[in-house]
Design a protein around this ligand. Sequence first.
Ligand SMILES: Cc1cc2nc3c(=O)[nH]c(=O)nc-3n(C[C@H](O)[C@H](O)[C@H](O)COP(=O)(O)OP(=O)(O)OC[C@H]3O[C@@H](n4cnc5c(N)ncnc54)[C@H](O)[C@@H]3O)c2cc1C
Length: 468
Amino acid sequence: MEEDTIEKISQIVGSDYISTRDDVLLSYSVSASTGYDQVKPSAVVRPGSTEEVSKILKVANEANLKVTPRCGGSSLQGEVIPAEGSLVIELMRLDSFELHEDLRAATIGAGVTFGKLDKLLKAYGLWLPVYPESSLVATVAGNVAVNGAGPGSTAYGCIAEMVLGLEVVLPDGRIIQTGSEANPNAPGPFLRYAFGPDLTGLFIGSLGSLGIITKVSVKLSKRMEEFHYQTYGFQEAEQAENFLIELKNDNVNAVFASIYEGRILGFFMDMLGEEYHIPEHDWPPFTVSVTLGRLRKDQLESDVKRAAEICKDLGGGVIGISELPRGEWDDRMRTFARSSYAHGWHWRILYHHQTPSNWHKSIEAIWDVMDEYALLGHTAGFATGHSSYNFYPHLYYFPEDEEEEQRVREAHVDLSKRLFKTGAVPFKLAPYWVEGVKEMQEYMKVLKGIKDVLDPKGIMHPGVMGGL
Ligand SMILES: Cc1cc2nc3c(=O)[nH]c(=O)nc-3n(C[C@H](O)[C@H](O)[C@H](O)COP(=O)(O)OP(=O)(O)OC[C@H]3O[C@@H](n4cnc5c(N)ncnc54)[C@H](O)[C@@H]3O)c2cc1C
């Protein structure tokens, strides 16, 4: 990176907020994705305002300098690993918080983590009801950039469903606002689909390749305090799947629901059973772990009763062990952090959405691939909204074993192809999906056209979003 470009950026942010020191570059060459190679950027800058982001992008555009936006750095598919020699723009100093209490909405800066937001909202009896299991470090803006999900999503869907508008800096430095706030006279965020087609959606899931999100406006809800935790057992996958479908059909409010089959449950028990005080049990072939949540006790009581009836009608039984769902929900901001890194393995993850009725197809594909490639691993997942089920299988390897790591890389692409055939859809659109799946080529061409218009020089985080 040219000296005079560094000098120009330094003048924008102040010399304390730009660094080319090797130890700093090393820190920003990695993310939480243990399975990805590190790449060092040429500099890291930490702007303090949207205007500074805009000025930096203007300088980068002029200098043809590649940039990598970064918030919490907790993504797991290498999404935030910088392009070779790029400038990392880290947005954690953008930590503004504006509550629009009458609109049940908030506008927050890109550096606000879910954990911090939850603390702020708790004081008002409100919440943003979706919690990625990395909430203590993951930001809402970063999660919007990947369209993530988490506990709470079973009732409320992915984070995209929560977004009312975005402030975005485009690659050429222009600042745009989407949603109702695009009208500067509007009292705040109250409508996402204002001003014609949905520009907000263009940036959700765009992995930082179309612009930098500097503020996110989100819907809030009154904070629930009434919960019920239960496990339900079934002999057949289809019964467990129909249980999730019928809970939805009957408007039983599961805020977090997961199906565990024997092999997965065994893995989870090894990792978290003791810590969550889950008693020894002869588990059925399929266990559905459910946290029901409601604002009012009468609603909750009705849901508890109805869930048990649905379970029995489908031929299942109420297991009566509440520690598993209670542990998942109470520990929702960090469960996964504990379980994933437990044994010092490295791993690759493969995010996809499936329908609840196709849950078994993902499971079959995942176990087939693990067995064929002789890999250790597990899969986790949970229902995510209207009719989807979010899966994230992990393929493990010993960091020292290069041959095993190579097998994991190959299995990863193979699994994405097989999952696509089952009807699964990718999210966090990592390159391996596109490499492996030719049916996506037309779609990717359109995305490329949009990218070329917004970012003709291709400076914004090239390589992510399926290689664009
Ligand atoms: C232990 C653990 C548990 C996890 N559990 C979940 C989970 O339950 N659900 C889930 O969805 N994810 C989960 N993740 C993955 C990750 O934490 C989330 O996706 C998270 O929301 C990413 O946010 P971040 O702030 O860390 O983004 P980063 O990792 O910094 O960035 C993610 C991507 O978005 C881009 N980006 C970041 N900020 C911006 C911005 N302001 N504007 C434009 N582009 C930007 C980056 O370039 C990158 O492509 C987990 C990760 C870990 C380590």
